[in-house]
Design a protein around this ligand. Structure first.
Ligand code: GAP
Length: 456
């Protein structure tokens, strides 16, 4: 263990971070922008900026590495976001993928009935102004419609996919025939999903276009319990590994009244933020719902024949389904801290992001910008490092200001090139959380950093 790791501070029990803090940081530093902002924006749709796209790619790649590359019995696909319309009849979404809404007659606010407290529902009482709520809920289907073809009359109505995982069932048979996988095995996918959410909001938490990561794990019915437990625990540990506040994670089992139409049993991995305990990922016992329904609706037999026993059956499915955007938001909320300054100066805003997921891994800073030798040494270190990781070169403002700028975007390491560097080819490496500094030969720098910013 190096001096830097020894001096890393314990995770503090910091207060829950208001969403507005990360919305403001995201815009100011280029993580997330409201979509179509110059036209007034669109509710529930966001774009990712230069830092956001780096962090998002890291999140995606780490998930893919853990789920696909690191499991011999899991493969990946990437499906289209538009499918045949029958898919959504077979999946049950045309019939069941609905939200029920009531309106307040006084303040005109809208509420999803499943988000209301029972007493508000029973007494038809608005939780905000106390006014009267409409008694008959209006029902809205969340699927987003679109049309294929240009000629009026020949156009086919279909849907943007309402849950990304459907492609996995559609490609299941092709994967079995082309990939030599055998039950038990899994198929993973990361991809966009679209929902006409009636109450989008809370920044990235509930959007209308968002990205999901799914594993569908196909098992013999007799092994469902075992694999359900395996993936449930695996996913919980996975989330535990990337957050600072591990005590803000928990499992919650769905009551029978809240199970989705495809699930016989479901546990949510929940994370506590200012929004309360909220779903981060669902681990669903989908049983044979999907393959049976697609067999029935398509007329194609999607059963599996065991190569040894020759038993023929529809595999059951364990699903783990989470959100890339919700992960992004939770990680920002988990990492954000305004650390009081011991000398009473401005607090230090710092993102304690896991180094694996931070958008920029290292910043290379010459102590002074008007000393040519310092600048050229720093530039050459940066040009070498950027071949291996995201590195930023910065020579604008005093060194303290530059450290603060990097802390605010979660850069785990800053490398400072000073006058000693010119004498002995060593640099200062400063770590973000403890602000501890060590001196390292330039020749050891790349390996030192790679060891800390690459997942293993
Ligand atoms: N295939 C199962 C499925 O789609 P879900 O619980 O509806 O299950 C899975 O969605 C995950 O997708 C959620 O746990 C959440 O992380 C994310 N998610 C769902 N709706 C979302 C929305 N409107 N905005 C952002 N993320 C969302």
């Amino acid at each position: 263990m190096t001096q830097i790791e020894e001096n890393k501070p314990e995770v503090k029990d910091t207060p829950l971070v208001p969403i507005e803090k990360v919305v403001s940081l995201s815009k100011r530093r280029g993580f997330v922008f409201p979509n179509s902002e110059i036209y007034g924006g669109v509710a529930g749709i966001y774009d990712f900026g230069p830092l956001g796209v780096e962090m998002r790619n890291n999140i995606r790649r780490y998930w893919w590495w853990s789920m696909v590359q690191n499991h011999d019995n899991v493969v990946g696909i990437e499906g289209a976001t538009i499918t045949h319309p029958r898919v959504w009849e077979a999946s049950g979404h045309v019939e069941n993928f609905v939200d029920r809404l009531v309106d307040c007659k006084k303040c005109k606010r809208r509420f999803r009935t499943d988000h209301l407290e029972p007493e508000n529902l029973e007494q038809h009482k608005c939780p905000v102004c106390g006014g009267e709520l409409t008694s008959e809920p209006r029902v809205f289907n969340l699927l987003m419609e679109t049309y294929l073809g240009v000629v009026e009359g020949d156009r086919m109505k279909t849907y943007l996919r309402g849950e990304a995982c459907q492609n996995i069932y559609l490609d299941y048979d092709n994967v079995v025939k082309s990939s030599r996988v055998q039950v038990p095995f899994g198929i993973c996918q990361i991809g966009k999903a679209y929902r006409n959410e009636v109450t989008p909001g809370n920044f990235l938490f509930r959007q209308r276009e968002f990205e999901q990561w799914d594993l569908q794990f196909f098992v013999h019915p007799s092994e469902m319990d075992k694999w359900y437990e395996y993936w449930k625990n695996f996913r919980f540990e996975w989330y535990k590994g990337i957050v600072n506040h591990k005590d803000r994670l928990r499992f919650r089992e769905h009551g029978s009244d809240e199970l989705a139409h495809y699930a016989k049993k479901a546990f949510d991995v929940e994370y506590k933020t200012v929004l309360g305990w909220q779903e981060w990922e669902g681990v669903h016992w989908r049983q044979d719902w999907d393959l049976s329904r697609h067999s029935e609706y398509s007329g194609q037999d999607l059963s599996y024949t065991d190569p040894l026993t020759k038993e023929r059956y529809i595999p059951w499915i364990v699903e783990t389904s989470g959100g890339v955007d919700r992960t992004f938001l939770n990680l920002l909320l988990d990492a954000y801290e305004e650390e009081p300054d011991p000398n009473g100066k401005e607090p230090r805003t710092v993102l304690h992001l896991h180094p694996w997921l931070a958008p920029v891994k290292v910043a290379v800073l010459p102590l002074q910008k008007n000393k040519e030798e310092l600048v050229s040494s720093a530039r050459s270190i940066h040009e070498n490092l950027r071949r291996y990781m995201v590195s930023q070169y910065d020579d604008v403002a005093n060194i303290g200001r530059r450290y603060r700028r990097q802390d605010e975007i979660g850069t785990p390491f800053c490398v400072t090139v000073d006058f000693q560097t010119l004498d002995d080819q060593t640099v200062t490496v400063r770590e973000r959380d403890g602000m501890t500094q060590i001196r390292l030969p330039i020749s050891e720098l790349t390996m030192y950093l790679l060891d800390r910013v690459t997942w293993k």
